[in-house]
Design a protein. Structure first.
Length: 680
């Protein structure tokens, strides 16, 4: 740097003293370079020390000689320049030796970059100093030297190799583009009659500086008018960016949603804000929190089909003002006078109005799955949202989707670890519990009830009954912990359901009705019949326990044709069959919906909490999904989706079926009977 400063002042003032300062700086250059690289390359620069002492002595001698009158000649300049270049090439040699010594490939690559840039800078400057046609390289060498100094500074700050590689890549691109612009400009000047001696290097440097400053200057010029003309909008964007950074540090989706609600309601002064997250099954969304007027507690994907179709079509912010403009002038659309478009626009507005909102921002996952919905009402909605504000809202939503997906991955990792622990415990439990249970049960059965009396025989019956129950708990525990081992074969799902109903029907009390509706010509599936029977029996027993006097249990099978429309993020998009078990019990409370498939979670006094967890594992091992839809006081519907095999084409199409209303869409609970036990 002293060389560049001295050269600048020498050209500016023309005084010889600055030339002497330049020579003195060149005399010190070998000492400073060896001292820097010695400590930079080694912790203890013992290998450099002899050269460092020798160069220090030479530098002192040269500086003292420069003070004398005999130094004002070309020989002195040649000696100083030669000494400076020799010191720099010696530093390059030490870099090469150090590169051969170290084993880390990352550090070897880094030192290779350093060596190449140093040799290029020294060689270019050296060739430019020599008399002859290569004098133009002097300026280019100075430019490379400046780049080398910048590279050294970044090497000290950014130790990561990828940062240095990115910096080098950007630098090379800027140099290439600047050179192209300089050559084009030089050709244009020469073509229009200008002189061929036009300074190409100065054009290159100017283009290089312009390219470096272009982006920050452009951003500054763009942001300044926006800040002056729309201070409120600029403040909104700034706070949305702060919100995005804040939720990026969170791992719990509930805490993230609370942060969004507080920021929107308190800081950004929104009249109403609410957030909904996707349920476990994906068929509906539950309210996670709200500020302002209370919106609906749940959002059903099937009931709001048009709204979700619009979100999937354009997964961005839905604004009420957009659809209000489309319905202006008597319901005539600006784009096309289509009654269907009018109906869709009205339904979207009805959904927004039901949630006390003027806008909705979806949380869209990587597979285009809608993980959540963010409704809000802006008091300044009359002014509309700018494109930049919409982009800021979507940036917050994208970060929220990342948090939700990360929490799901973390939950799966924890579940995997829990299964590993359960698997280790299972072997010990089977031995430590079953052996004593067998001895207790055998001893109780050995006793003659007639010999011990009526009271004691009742105690014996209780002992045997409780040992059987505890043995069943151990069986459930082992079923959940052991890995999936079963042979899948082509089976008829209707036959599995009919067999399960025959097993379950004798256990029904007269006050509960069992009904079934099995779809004809149902595609076959690949599955394990005993395991699917186990799943259905568990769901039927749960439905029976939830049913009261006069209750009804319905079992249905059907082709799951609506998956591609409502659950595009699911692994099952088309070609699936479904079986559902529906009851008219008390339903499941919203706070329990998130935990019903968690192992050991139960609301029963004598339950183990493993039944539904085992069902979920067995269904997932069939490449299927199990979902639940429930409202308190209206019962629950458990749906199992399984991939179907492609069925061969038949000669004649099946007889047309009378369409039946969907329970989830209409709210009705159809119960056609085929297996009846008792009346309601």
């Amino acid at each position: 740097m002293m060389h560049f400063l001295a050269a600048f002042f020498h050209r500016l003032s023309g005084r010889a003293i600055w030339f002497q300062v330049d020579l003195a700086a060149a005399s010190v250059l070998p000492v400073s370079s060896l001292l820097f690289f010695g400590n930079f390359l080694w912790r203890e620069p013992r290998r450099v020390k002899p050269f460092l002492l020798a160069s220090a002595a030479l530098s002192v001698c040269l500086i003292l000689f420069l003070i004398t009158p005999w130094s004002q000649n070309d020989i002195t300049v040649a000696l100083v320049v030669g000494y400076a270049f020799a010191g720099l090439y010696l530093c390059a040699a030490f870099i090469y030796l150090r590169r051969r010594e170290i084993q880390s490939s990352r550090e070897r690559t880094w030192l290779r970059y350093l060596l190449v840039v140093l040799l290029a800078a020294v060689t270019f400057v050296g060739l430019g100093i020599l008399p002859g046609p290569l004098g133009f390289l002097r300026s280019w060498g100075d430019l490379v030297a400046i780049f080398f100094l910048y590279f050294i500074s970044q090497s000290l700050v950014k130790y990561r190799l990828l940062d240095l590689q990115e910096m080098l890549g950007r630098g090379l691109v800027l140099i290439a583009v600047s050179l192209i612009l300089a050559v084009v400009f030089w050709v244009l000047v020469y073509w229009t009659g200008g002189s061929a001696d036009f300074p190409l290097f100065h054009i290159f440097v100017g283009a290089f500086v312009i390219l470096i400053l272009f982006e920050p200057v452009r951003d500054k010029l763009e942001s300044s008018p926006r800040r002056l003309l729309s201070r409120e909008g600029h403040e909104v964007r700034r706070r949305l960016e702060e919100l995005r950074r804040d939720i990026a540090t969170r791992f719990d989706p509930r805490q993230m949603c609370e942060a969004i609600l507080d920021a929107m309601f308190q800081t950004l002064r929104q009249n109403a804000v609410s957030i909904y997250l996707q349920d476990e099954g994906g068929a509906s969304y539950h309210r996670i929190g709200f500020r302002g007027p209370e919106p609906p507690e749940r959002l059903d994907a099937a009931a709001q089909r048009t709204f979700f179709e619009q979100l999937r079509k354009t997964p961005t912010v839905i604004l009420a003002e957009t659809f209000e403009q489309r319905l202006a002038d008597g319901g005539v659309l600006a784009e096309a006078e289509s009654p269907e478009d009018v109906r869709r626009a009205r339904q979207v507005l009805e959904t927004l109005a039901a949630h006390k909102a003027g806008a909705c921002v979806p949380f869209v996952g990587q597979k285009n799955e809608i993980l959540g919905l963010w409704f809000f009402q802006d008091p300044s909605a009359a002014e509309g949202f700018s494109t930049v504000e919409i982009a800021s809202l979507m940036a917050v939503a994208e970060q929220a989707a990342v948090v939700i997906e990360n929490s799901r991955v973390l939950a799966r990792v924890r579940e995997r670890d829990r299964l590993a622990v359960l698997g280790q415990m299972a072997a010990g439990l089977a031995h430590e519990i079953r052996n004593p249970l067998g001895a207790i049960k055998g001893a109780a059965q050995y006793l003659d009830p007639a010999a011990v009396g009526a009271d004691a025989s009742e105690f014996l019956r209780i002992i045997i009954q409780e040992t059987d129950r505890l043995n069943g708990v151990v069986d459930q525990f082992l079923d959940y912990a052991r890995p999936f081992k079963a042979t899948l074969s082509v089976i008829d799902l209707n036959e599995v359901v009919e067999h399960t109903l025959k097993l379950f029907a004798p256990t029904l009390p007269p006050s509960v009705t069992l009904q079934s509706e099995l779809a004809p010509d149902l595609p076959r599936i690949e599955g394990n019949a005993p395991q699917l029977t186990q799943v259905l029996l568990n769901l039927l027993r749960n439905a029976l326990e939830a049913s009261s006097e006069g209750g009804r249990i319905a079992v249905r099978t059907a082709k799951a044709r609506d998956l591609s429309e409502f659950w595009a993020g699911s692994a099952l998009r088309t070609g699936a069959v479904q079986v559902e078990v529906q009851d008219t019990g008390k339903g499941i409370r919203p706070e329990e919906m998130e935990k019903i498939f968690v192992p050991f979670f139960t609301t029963k006094e004598r339950g183990t909490g493993l039944g539904l967890a085992i069902c979920q594992r067995l269904v997932e091992n069939h490449n299927g999904e199990i979902r639940v839809v429930s409202r308190p006081g209206e019962g629950a519907v458990f749906r199992i989706f399984l991939p179907a095999r492609a069925a061969p084409e038949t000669a004649a199409p099946p007889a047309p079926q009378q369409p039946k209303p969907d329970a989830q869409e209409s709210g009705d609970l159809p119960f056609p009977s085929s297996h009846d036990r008792g009346q309601p």
